[in-house]
Design a protein around this ligand. Structure first.
Ligand code: ADP
Ligand code: MG
Length: 470
């Protein structure tokens, strides 16, 4: 259960939040309706309790409904230090994986045992993924503008006039925000004379709060202001009045000093409800670019680049063109799922030593497939299905006969036509033997009223709807 609970937490709060706050949370015990968890520092404990208590409980309840209490305690220092040391030596790739659950360990340890270095640790920036560069970023209609702006920022030199500040990129989950921001950071830092700092909003908060606690806030602020390009990811997670006020100061100070700020969030500045109005308008005052959902061509491009990347280590791995087409056509608009699909195909073909086929792909990625567009229901279908259900003929429904055994089915059919299609009342009347729109309206109201009272009718209507929607 514990690993599934962690999985749930990770998917509700996102990878960055998860690794900042939960990666070092351990399960101590489960007893009847209560769960006992532990974290290495007091600060972490109070932070989680203040901000995430409910989500932790929800994650447990989703796995074990009987759980009604989650206790969080600080575990003894002895257990904190050992894993933290290992981390420093781990290769970059291993540090990214979820098995290494102490990605931020040195920083946590710093706050626990060596408070003075807290602000320095915070300024180390968030971990960067070596694969997220401009070279691996695939261009398409959805992201041309964002990409051009990001490139411009990355290629600027110290002292260049800043063209748009801040650069604010927003898009839904998995559409490449983090990729683009990290690409800016890699590219910017490869030049000699600029300091680009990539921080998730969570990390910014953490760094700042930690600095406050250890009275190094001033140093933290000063250090932040020495940055040439400040890159903040997942801005929507910037919470708390003090942090926001501090962020606002930093933003103003950097912009006034002609330094570049780049921000990504899952929504436009105007929708960051919890943010102070002044911050919002400052954010909106630069260049705001949206990346829209990945079109099919872009999805195909991303798939191909993922396959190429995988082939660097697994030369025999091949994904036939029809499989790529299939994936690009059917997988949701989310870059993460595309990556996930390729990983699964790779794992499957490696483990079973079999080539990738269309059948295999269909089986392996079934849960990533975008739900079918709701079926367009035709009025003729409604008439046919209703006629069959009530044992009358379709021409009866269209006729002017007014016997009870035809009137009710006809009204039901009109009601369904109104609720399941986008046709107007006059159009529906026309399709039912040239009736007036008021007749249709009367039928719709009649059935609406009856469905509320008559359980049998309600049942019939539901059954008909289900048949039509299948
Ligand atoms: P976001 O931060 O917007 O949620 P990410 O940047 O984490 O999304 O992207 C999710 C995945 O999709 C990553 O593996 C990323 O490399 C990939 N991806 C998204 N857009 C692109 C693109 N244009 N080119 C290449 N890979 C992309
Ligand atoms: Mg992201």
């Amino acid at each position: 259960h514990w690993s599934r609970v962690k999985g749930r937490l990770r998917s509700t709060v996102g990878e960055d939040v998860y690794s900042s706050w939960f990666a070092r949370m351990d399960l101590e015990s489960v007893q009847d309706d209560s769960v006992h968890l532990s974290v290495p520092t007091r600060f972490l404990k109070s932070w989680i309790q203040a901000h995430y208590a409910e989500r932790v409980l929800n994650a447990w309840q989703a796995e074990m409904p009987q759980v009604h209490r989650v206790d969080l305690t600080v575990r003894s220092a002895m257990r904190n230090v050992a894993p933290a040391n290992k981390e420093a030596a781990a290769p970059a790739e291993a540090r990214r994986t979820e098995t290494s659950n102490n990605r931020h360990a040195p920083e946590l340890r710093a706050t626990a045992t060596a408070p003075v270095s807290a602000s320095h640790e915070a300024l180390g920036g968030s971990p960067l993924d070596p694969r997220l560069t401009f070279a691996s970023f695939v261009l398409g209609r959805a992201n041309t503008l964002a990409h051009a702006a990001a490139r411009q920022v990355a290629e600027g030199r110290r002292g260049d006039p800043v063209m748009f500040n801040p650069l604010y990129i927003h898009a839904g989950v998995g559409l490449g925000k983090t990729h683009l921001l990290q690409a800016v950071t890699w590219a910017g830092n490869s030049g000699p004379d600029r300091k680009v700092l990539y921080l998730t909003a969570e990390k910014f908060m953490y760094g700042f709060v930690a600095a406050l606690k250890t009275q190094t806030a001033l140093a933290f602020k000063e250090a932040l202001r020495g940055i040439d390009v400040l890159v903040i990811d997942d801005m929507q997670f910037l919470q708390g009045k003090t942090t926001q006020a501090e962020f606002c100061h930093t933003l103003n100070a950097l912009i006034d000093a002609g330094r570049q700020v780049v921000i990504a969030a899952d929504r436009p500045p105007s929708d960051l409800e919890s943010l102070d109005e002044r911050v919002r308008s400052r954010l909106a005052g630069g260049l705001v670019v949206e990346m829209s959902s990945l079109g099919e061509e872009l999805r195909l491009g991303i798939l191909k680049s993922r396959v190429a990347a995988a082939r660097a280590h697994h030369a025999s791995f091949e994904v036939p063109e029809p499989v790529l087409d299939y994936l690009a056509r059917t997988i949701t608009h989310n870059g993460r799922d595309l990556e996930g699909a390729i990983n699964r195909l790779l794992a499957h073909s490696k483990l079973n030593a079999t080539p990738v086929t269309l059948e295999m792909a269909e089986r392996e990625v079934r849960d990533l497939i975008r739900p079918q567009e709701p079926k367009r229901i035709k009025i003729e279908d409604i008439q046919r299905v209703v006629a069959r259900q009530y044992n009358v003929s379709r021409s009866d429904l269209l006729s002017s006969r007014r016997t009870a055994n035809v009137v009710r089915p006809r009204q039901v059919a009109m009601y369904l036509a109104k609720t399941l299609t986008l046709r107007s009342l006059p159009e529906i009347g026309r399709r039912f033997g040239g009736r007036d729109h008021t007749t249709v309206l009367h039928a719709v109201r009649k059935i609406e009223a009856l469905v509320g009272k008559d359980v049998a009718l309600q049942d019939e209507v539901e059954t008909l709807k289900r048949q039509l929607q299948e």
